[in-house]
Design a binder for this molecule. Structure first.
Ligand code: SAM
Length: 473
């Protein structure tokens, strides 16, 4: 089964003619259906994504519903829901609430489940959907979350939603929902007071190590606002955030857009999140802040969702893009947007975590690509005054071709940043956790490559900093 689903994935990503991959995937589907009891969550995810990626005539929703009808255990498949939702959003399908309700059994009890129920409009799991109520044991973990199996000793009680990163991830998000729900002013949201109150609540919650949230706050928020304000906005242009998490920066972008749009709230911010439960939390907060009609939270991987920018808003509509997810793929997703013709000429790109864990290939693309002008800012990490990170600001000067290929050493460096990302997520237990001193050393290592190529960052000194135009005049 494992090999079948890997082959299916390979047939979707390798450049085969689509007729070959369609035939091959039809064959894999029929073989899989005869062995459904052996299916696991990652395999199901690969296979459904492959069907979607090649535009197979059997839709992912039809295939998955058939598996459920064949009595596959939902608790062995729950991680496929992001593909089902991404497909449903592309198709504007009415099945979205049904797919959302599949998330409930595998999510943390309490507030996360309530938030999912809100967006699944109380849809209920039909009684023909099988889901085992047995507590999780090693075999369940191996089948559903094989990446967790090696780290079991970290968890005292095994629950379906645990993450290797931090065993308290979902507890923290549950506490965050409760914290915001009881404090955000009730009644009709006022603009911009209620979104600003939401931002301040999220800042307050995050100001303890125990509650730390991976959002672009503090100096990084200042850089974002600076970049946002450094261009003249046209009425039809939108801002895109890649990596939503709980909607913190999406809220900030909506407020900025309101300021630029002379007080009108139009649907001009789009944000993309691969984790459907986090997307539900972000939608909930944005809704409480009165921003549901200003911000579209799309579910899926950035590379699969960004073509919707063209579909929904048109060519050259992207005035601003904030990349805040996995630095080693920023450059390829940005190139996709360039090739699609989505970026406005003079559009701004801002990327976070460029020096820690690092986004070397993006920096190379912005520094040496003929379509970009780069400015990098250096700042220290929240709570870690010795740890330096960079944000990269690129100004798109119009389509002028690709950057020369990055040296092999930069490709290797990019690969290594993923290794560090996995380690920071607890996925390298034999190498131990990342402590502050590891981050200081790693950032220095990454920056040495940048400075050797002649790329320097200027220290971010606050909102009164020079504006982009002046820096290049
Ligand atoms: C650092 S957090 C984003 C924080 C957010 N930008 C803010 O400042 O409020 C990164 C988020 O990206 C999401 N993510 C990771 N890889 C992704 C991908 N390929 N496509 C979409 N989202 C992704 C993660 O699930 C996580 O929620």
């Amino acid at each position: 089964m494992h090999h079948l689903t890997k082959f299916a994935w390979a047939s979707a990503v390798l450049p085969y003619p689509s007729s070959c991959s369609h035939e091959f995937l039809t064959l894999v589907l029929s073989m899989v259906e005869q062995r459904l009891s052996q299916m696991n969550s990652p395999g199901a995810h690969s296979l459904l994504w492959s069907l979607w990626a090649v535009g197979h005539p059997i839709s992912v929703g039809t295939a998955f519903t058939k598996w459920l009808r064949l009595n596959v255990d939902l608790s062995n498949m729950s991680t496929v829901v992001d593909v089902l939702l991404m497909d449903a959003e592309w198709q504007r399908s009415i099945d979205e609430s049904f797919w959302l309700c599949l998330l409930i059994p595998a999510s943390r009890t309490g507030s996360p489940q309530k938030v999912i129920a809100k967006w699944s409009r109380m849809a209920e799991l039909p009684n023909w959907v099988v889901q085992s109520s047995e507590p999780w044991d090693l075999s369940k973990v191996e089948r559903n979350r094989p990446e967790l199996a090696k780290y079991l000793q970290r968890f005292s009680a095994l629950q379906k939603w645990v993450q290797p990163t931090s065993s308290n991830h979902w507890d923290k998000l549950s506490a965050l929902i409760d914290f915001v729900d009881v404090r955000l002013k009730w009644g009709i949201p006022e603009f911009p007071a209620t979104p600003l109150q939401l931002l301040s609540l999220l800042d307050t919650f995050a100001q303890s190590r125990e509650h730390w949230l991976k959002v672009a706050g503090g100096a990084k928020a200042e850089v974002l606002e600076h970049a946002f304000g450094s261009r003249k906005w046209k009425d039809f242009e939108i801002a895109l955030e890649c990596g939503t998490f709980v909607g913190y920066t999406a809220t900030r972008l909506a407020v900025q857009m309101w300021r630029k749009g002379a007080g009108t709230i139009n649907a001009r911010v789009m944000t993309i999140e691969v984790d459907p439960v986090q997307a539900c939390i972000a939608r909930h907060f944005l809704d409480l802040a009165g921003l549901a009609r200003a911000v579209e939270v799309a579910i899926g991987q950035v590379k699969d969702v960004v073509p919707r920018v063209i579909d929904d808003f048109g060519a050259r509509s992207l005035g601003f893009i904030f990349m805040d997810y996995k630095g080693s793929i920023f450059h390829s997703d940005l190139q996709l947007l360039e090739h699609l013709g989505a970026l406005a000429v003079d559009g701004m790109e801002v990327a976070d975590n460029v020096a820690l864990p690092g986004a070397p290939l993006l920096l190379w693309h912005l520094a040496f690509g003929p379509s970009w002008t780069l400015v990098a800012y250096a700042m220290v990490e929240f709570f870690e005054p010795n740890t330096e990170d960079w944000m990269a600001l690129g100004k798109y000067t119009g389509p002028a071709g690709d950057a020369p290929p990055a040296p092999a050493s930069w490709e290797r460096l990019s690969w290594h940043t993923d290794h560090m990302r996995r380690r920071a997520c607890g996925l390298r237990p034999t190498e131990g956790d990342m402590f502050e001193e590891d981050r200081v050393v790693y950032s220095r290592h990454i920056r040495r490559h940048f400075t050797a190529a002649g790329i320097e960052a200027q220290p971010w000194v606050g909102p009164s900093d020079l504006d982009f135009e002046e820096e290049h005049s």
